[in-house]
Ligand binder design. Structure first.
Ligand code: PLP
Length: 434
C-alpha cells in the first residue's frame, strides 16, 4: 500500500477505525515500537505458513526451520559485529536484560554482589535491579548523571578503584530511550575491562540506529559497514568506535522487526546462569523458539545494516528532528528541549520537549485525537502520572517533567508530516494553556 498523505487524514476523519487509524496517523513514537519492514513481515508469514515445524525436531522439516533460525542468528550477529554462537534469542530486550543481570548475579553468588548502573536506565534494568536488591542478592550503586543526561565515567572510575572486587557487573545503556542521549560506552567498557569487571549494555535504542562495533576480547569480529564484509580486517575500524562489551541486550521491534524476539549477546567465557531451563539456545534459554519473530528479526537486521552503513540516512533524520524542534520552539511559548546539546551525542530520531504548566497526558490525548502519535516518559501509577525518573535524574524540574513529550522519528517520517505535527502541537498547546 502506498503512503497515505496527511491531507487524506483530514479528508476522511469519519474513517478512523482501528485499522485506518494507523494508516492515517503521523507516527512519532518510534522509540516505543517501529513499523515492521516488508521483509520482516514476509519472513514471519513464511515461518507461519511453511516453517512451522519445531526446530528441535530431528525430521527434515524441523531441520529446515532450524537452518532458517541459524541464518537469522547470523544476520543479527552481523549487525552486532559478534559471532552467531554468542547470541541467545529471547522474547525481547526486557527478557534479555533480566537474563543478563540475574544470570550474572547467580553465577557469582557469594562472591560479588554489587551492580553498578545509572538512574536513567529503562525500567527493564531499573526494575530487575530493584528486585535483586529487594531479594537481598545484590547491592545497587548508581552512577552520577550530568544535566546533559550523560553518566559520569569519573564516578565509575572511583567506584571501580574502591570496590572492583565486589562488583558483579556494570550495566549502562548505550542510548537513552527518552532523551536519546548517547552514553560514553567506549569509556565505560574500557574502565570495566581495566578492572576485570563485566560490562552489560542495554543497546535497545542504539541497535539499528547507530553502527555497533564490539570489542569482544581476543575473538573479536568487527564488521566494517563501508566494506560490507564481516571478515574484513578489524584494525580498519577506528579504535575510538570499538566498544569493549561483555553482554548486550536488544530487541527486534525497535528496528522494524516484529514483537516477540530480542537477543542477549554474551561474550564467550562469560557465565550466565539460565533463568528458564531447557535445552534450546544451547541451554541458555529453554522453550521452543518464537520462529516467526526470530526470522523477522533476521530480515530486519539486514535492513538495519543498510541503514547504519549509510550515514546519510541518520543525517537526514537528524536534520528533520532539528527542523521539527525549530518549528515547535518558534510556534509555542518557551517549550524546553530536554535533550543533550552538542558536543554530547544524541540519537538522530529523538526529541523530548517540556511544555511548562501542562500535563503530558493531556497533550498526548489531544494530539492523538488529531492523528498524531507521540508518548511521554511518565508512567501511570495510582491514577496519577508519575514524572519520568530519567528526566528527574538529569535535573529536569518536576513541573517540566510532568509536561514532557517524546517525539521519535523513523526513516519513514517526512517533512510534511513534521510540519503538520508542529502546527497541530502549537494549536493544542495554545488551547490548553488558555
Ligand atoms: N530498554 C530500552 C532502552 C527500551 O527503550 C525498551 C523498550 O522501550 C526496552 C529496554 C524493553 O524492550 P522490549 O519491549 O523488547 O522488552
Amino acid at each position: 500500500m502506498g503512503r497515505v498523505r496527511v491531507a487524506e487524514y483530514a479528508a476522511h476523519p469519519e474513517e478512523r477505525s482501528a485499522h485506518t487509524l494507523l494508516m492515517f496517523m503521523i507516527y512519532l513514537d518510534n522509540n516505543a515500537t517501529t513499523k515492521p519492514c516488508a521483509s520482516a513481515v514476509d519472513a514471519a508469514q513464511h515461518a507461519m505458513a511453511e516453517l512451522w515445524s519445531n526446530p528441535s525436531s530431528v525430521h527434515r522439516s524441523g531441520q529446515d526451520t532450524r537452518q532458517a533460525i541459524e541464518i537469522a542468528r547470523a544476520r543479527v550477529a552481523r549487525l552486532l559485529s559478534v559471532k552467531p554462537r554468542d547470541l541467545t534469542f529471547t522474547a525481547g530486550a526486557t527478557e534479555s536484560i533480566d537474563l543478563a543481570l540475574r544470570g550474572v548475579i547467580d553465577s557469582v553468588a557469594g562472591t560479588r554482589r554489587v551492580i553498578v548502573t545509572s538512574p536513567i536506565e529503562h525500567e527493564a534494568v531499573r526494575e530487575t535491579c530493584s528486585s535483586l536488591a529487594d531479594a537481598g542478592v545484590a547491592e545497587i550503586v548508581h552512577l552520577d548523571v550530568s544535566d546533559q543526561g550523560v553518566v559520569s565515567t569519573d564516578h565509575l572510575q572511583e567506584i571501580l578503584e574502591d570496590r572492583s572486587a565486589e562488583v558483579a557487573l556494570v550495566s549502562v545503556q548505550w542510548a537513552n530511550n527518552e532523551t536519546g542521549s548517547i552514553q560514553p560506552v567506549q569509556r565505560v567498557g574500557t574502565l570495566c575491562r581495566d578492572h576485570s569487571v563485566l560490562f552489560h549494555t542495554d543497546a535497545t535504542q542504539a541497535v539499528g540506529k547507530l553502527p555497533i562495533h564490539l570489542d569482544t576480547g581476543p575473538e573479536r569480529t568487527a564488521f566494517i559497514p563501508s566494506m560490507g564484509d564481516p571478515s574484513a580486517d578489524v584494525s580498519a575500524v577506528d579504535p575510538k568506535h570499538v566498544v569493549p562489551v561483555d553482554l548486550l541486550s536488544c530487541s527486534a521491534h525497535k528496528f522494524h522487526g516484529v514483537k516477540g524476539a530480542g537477543t542477549l549477546f554474551a561474550r564467550r567465557g562469560v557465565r550466565v546462569i539460565p533463568q528458564t531451563r531447557g535445552t534450546q539456545e544451547r541451554g541458555r534459554r529453554g522453550g521452543t523458539e518464537a520462529v516467526p519473530a526470530i526470522l523477522a528479526m533476521g530480515a530486519a537486521a539486514e535492513e538495519a545494516m543498510d541503514f547504519v552503513s549509510s550515514p546519510d540516512c541518520a543525517e537526514r533524520i537528524a536534520s528533520y528532528r532539528d527542523y521539527f524542534e525549530q518549528r515547535v520552539t518558534q510556534l509555542n511559548q518557551s517549550p524546553q528541549i530536554n535533550c543533550p546539546s552538542p558536543p554530547f551525542g544524541r540519537l538522530c530520531n529523538t526529541t523530548n520537549i517540556a511544555f511548562p504548566s501542562l500535563e503530558a497526558e493531556i497533550i498526548l490525548l489531544a494530539l492523538s485525537e488529531r492523528g498524531i502519535a507521540a508518548s511521554a516518559g511518565a508512567a501511570c501509577s495510582s491514577g496519577s502520572l508519575d514524572p519520568s525518573p530519567s528526566l528527574l535524574a538529569i535535573g529536569i524540574p518536576e513541573h517540566l517533567a510532568h509536561g514532557s513529550v517524546r517525539f521519535s522519528l523513523s526513516k519513514h517520517t517526512t517533512r510534511e508530516e513534521l510540519d503538520r505535527a508542529a502546527s497541530v502541537l502549537s494549536d493544542v498547546v495554545t488551547k490548553l494553556t488558555k
